[in-house]
Every structure is written in structure tokens, then in C-alpha cells.
Design a protein around this ligand. Structure first.
Ligand code: 6PG
Length: 246
């Protein structure tokens, strides 16, 4: 699948355009089905976007009361750990916007094991199916309005790493990923491809010259790239695929 690729001069321009897109999409989704379901990405690239959404003009435009936040993946560390995606998104976004805390669905990492965390998060998604796109019921999958993703230097996305057994998961919505070679080398909890590819919109934010060869490889030959780079396997069944690059 060829994504809609947009290149930016700098991370500020990329983030402002992404924030504008999210505000517009949120309004459309709330008008259409009452809610806006957004799965956040971790890593460092999206921090600038989250900070953008937390200030004017975007913070006043977002329908926070009807916005429901989830995570595409999480490191199996405490929520206040410096490697926690929840901590990064709290500091850059959640603590600064008027979103009801009941609308924030953190991946629980205080559980006895990452397997229990994955089971609990999948149960949360099942309990929340009513707030997802009405398609969710018929598809028996949470159809997110928007999933934000990044891409690592090895072509991974969320916590779907090259060679991981989780790449082949077709039943579970949420799975445990073994600790990767990349930092932080901790086990992860991640959405699986069936859920990611059910989304109505997927937006990749990809920054860094070192990633450009993988970007090019996927754009030039997506089918071949699938063998090596999990990012190439994100192909929304009925949704839109956008890549914002800098
Ligand atoms: C994570 C992310 C991961 C991230 C990529 C890119 O938990 O780290 O979900 O998939 O998006 O590793 O990270 P950067 O934006 O920091 O390059």
C-alpha cells in the first residue's frame, strides 16, 4: 500500500500540521459517532505534537470531553518511569488539557506480569467497543478513529519488532513483545496488526535521516519491504495511511 507521504522542513512544521489534522478529524468523528478515539505513539518524535495539542490554538479546538486516549504500545515499566510512554504523554499532553481522566486508558504496567497487562488492556478495549467507530461491532475489532505510530531505526512500529513472533498474531488485539535489542531493552505491550490495520486513519510521524533508507525501501517496494520492516505491514484495510516525514 502506498501511503500519502508529506515531507516537512522541521519537526515544528510537522507537528503543527499533525495537530491541525487531529483537530479537524476529532470534530468530524465526534459529529459522526459521538466520540474520537485516538491511540498515541511513544518514543520521542511525537512529543512535539503532543506539546502542540496542549497549547493554543489547538487546545481550545479539541473536543476533549468526547476524546478517548489509548496507547499503541507501552514499555513494561512503572507509569512514573522515565522510559514509560504514559509518562512522556502525561508530561507533554495529558497534564495540560481538560480531558476527563476517565477518558484516558493507560496500559496497566503495575500488573504481576506483562501477559496480565496485555489481557487487561484487551479487556478494556472490549469494554470500550461502544465508543469506537460503529464498524467495530460488525468487525469485532476496535476501529480506532486515528492511530499515531512512529518507526524505529530497524523499521519497527509500536512494539512490533523485526523477527518478533507477535508480527504473526492474528487473534489477540493486544500482545506481549519480547525485549528488543533497541533501548529500552524491556518487554513491551503492543496493539497487534489486526487492530492497527482496522483503524480508519493511521498517521506515522517519522523523523531522522538515519531512517530515510528504510522509508525509501518501503516506498519503492512495499511487498519486499514487508519481509524486513514491520512498518511496511501497516496497511489499513479500509482506512487512510499518512506518513509525515522530516
Ligand atoms: C516506543 C514507540 C516506538 C517508536 C519508535 C520511534 O514505544 O518506543 O512506540 O514504536 O514510535 O521506536 O521512536 P522515535 O520517535 O523516538 O524515533
Amino acid at each position: 500500500m502506498k501511503p500519502d507521504v508529506q515531507r516537512y522542513e522541521n519537526i515544528q512544521q510537522l507537528s503543527a500540521t499533525a495537530a491541525e489534522l487531529i483537530c479537524q478529524l476529532a470534530k468530524i468523528c465526534v459529529n459522526a459517532h459521538g466520540y474520537f478515539t485516538l491511540a498515541l505513539s511513544g518514543g520521542s518524535t511525537p512529543r512535539s505534537l503532543y506539546e502542540c495539542l496542549a497549547r493554543e490554538p489547538y487546545v481550545s479546538r479539541m473536543p476533549w470531553a468526547d476524546t478517548h486516549l489509548f496507547w499503541g504500545d507501552e514499555r513494561y515499566v512503572p507509569a512514573n518511569h522515565d522510559d514509560s510512554n504514559f509518562k512522556m504523554t502525561s508530561r507533554s499532553l495529558i497534564e495540560h488539557v481538560p480531558i476527563p481522566l476517565a477518558n484516558v486508558y493507560r496500559i496497566p504496567t503495575e500488573t504481576t506480569s506483562p501477559e496480565v497487562a496485555a489481557q487487561q488492556y484487551e479487556a478494556t478495549l472490549r469494554e470500550c467497543l461502544y465508543i469506537f467507530d460503529p464498524l467495530s461491532e460488525s468487525k469485532n475489532l476496535p476501529v480506532f478513529d486515528l492511530i499515531l505510530l512512529g518507526m524505529g531505526k530497524d523499521g519497527h512500529t509500536a512494539s512490533l519488532f523485526p523477527g518478533s513472533p507477535v508480527l504473526e498474531e492474528q487473534q489477540r488485539w493486544v500482545a506481549v513483545a519480547p525485549a528488543p535489542k533497541l533501548n529500552p531493552p524491556v518487554r513491551r505491550i503492543t496493539l497487534t496488526f489486526p487492530v492497527i490495520n482496522a483503524a480508519r486513519n493511521v498517521l506515522f510521524l517519522i523523523a531522522g535521516a538515519e531512517k530515510q533508507p528504510i522509508v525509501q525501501a518501503i516506498l519503492e517496494n512495499p511487498e519486499k519491504a514487508k519481509e524486513e520492516y514491520p512498518t511496511a505491514r501497516v496497511e489499513p484495510n479500509d482506512g487512510k495511511l499518512l506518513w509525515f516525514l522530516v
